[in-house]
Design a binder for this molecule. Structure first.
Ligand code: RIB
Ligand code: CA
Length: 313
């Protein structure tokens, strides 16, 4: 299988960090052209720092990291320190990264890369609010048909919301950006809470990562030990949901996931349901399908892949 060129847009966040590690541990399949950071779980100053920390922990400091948008397109930023802690990477002992930021022009990097690379060769992997992506699409609509695919973590249907009763965090933070992306015509694959709530980092699964005994294995286990507490307290679940790594796992083993190609619209007006992904799962409308919306996952297969790859770092 030829290497797949990807750009990862992210707001680390412990689950983003695990997704980054999974991608960086898979150089035979994935060519990470760059990492673009966006404000989300924590402010941009921290998401870009956290991305650099993760790359240094993985020993992959040759990947260019860019800072992007520090606020949603038309709304004030909403963050999630209550989930990720003040640093956004609470759990392991952190350090001041030494690798430099490649620039604060993440949107330009996305546009220039898509214009440079052959049409259909680059996949965007989005792990946070879609502000950088929508800004790039607005600034340079010519890059949209050049994309191979956009694989995102975001939205929810049967699982409803996690930041409000109706909305999932990534979409809720910047619903206008999400509307631009879902209406862009780009081939979309969506990993909603319906799937990510099925990949729980249970005690045994975290223990298997810690038992690797490597720096990265222990670092990952310490992040998940912290990250789980919010979901365990809220849902009574047996561990934290590994939302963002589902995006990377899909690129590596798509057969782990099942879904439907359906229409998904974004609520951008209602105060009550702002940011809701209105997914026509039962095809009761004549709206045009615009997304492969995932509904199920082989959780054991997912964690076998994740653990095997983390062991490589
Ligand atoms: O709702 C889960 C999503 O919001 C994940 O991407 C998590 O990192 C946060 O960004
Ligand atoms: Ca994220």
């Amino acid at each position: 299988m030829s290497k797949r060129k990807i750009i990862i847009d992210t707001d680390p966040g412990q689950d983003d960090a695990v997704a980054l590690l999974l991608a960086l541990a898979s150089p035979d399949e994935l060519d990470v052209l760059g990492i673009t950071c966006v404000a989300g779980n924590v402010p941009l100053s921290l998401t870009q720092k956290n991305a650099r920390i993760v790359c240094e922990v993985a020993g992959k400091t040759d990947v260019p990291i860019f800072a992007g948008c520090d606020a949603p397109m038309r709304r004030p930023l909403v963050t999630a320190e209550h989930v990720h802690g003040k640093t956004g990477l609470d759990g392991p002992e952190l350090f001041e990264p030494t690798m430099p930021l490649a620039g604060d022009n993440a949107v330009d990097f996305i546009v220039e890369t898509l214009r440079r690379e052959p049409a259909g060769s680059v996949t965007l992997c989005t792990l946070g609010p879609l502000t950088n992506i929508a800004t790039a699409f607005d600034r340079a609509p010519d890059i949209i048909p050049k994309l191979r695919e956009l694989v995102m973590m975001g939205g929810a249907y049967f699982e409803v919301g996690n930041i409000t009763p109706a909305a999932e965090f990534n979409i809720f933070v910047d619903p206008e950006a999400a509307e631009i992306v879902f209406h862009s015509g780009v081939p979309l694959v969506v990993m909603p809470l319906d799937v990510t709530h099925k990949v729980l980092a249970t005690k045994d699964r975290v223990a298997a990562l810690r038992a690797l005994g490597s720096k990265v294995g222990v670092f990952t286990a310490e992040m998940l030990d912290f990250f789980e507490r919010f979901d365990v307290a809220k849902y009574g679940s047996d561990g934290g949901p590994l939302h963002d790594p589902c995006v990377i796992a899909y690129l590596l083993k798509p057969e782990l996931f099942q879904g439907r190609h359906i229409n998904v619209e974004i609520e951008t007006e209602s105060k009550l349901t702002l940011g809701m992904t209105v997914a026509d799962w039962w095809r009761v409308t004549d709206r045009t399908p615009n997304a492969m919306f995932m509904g199920d996952v082989d959780a054991d297969g997912f964690f076998a892949l994740l653990t095997e790859r983390i062991a490589r770092l």
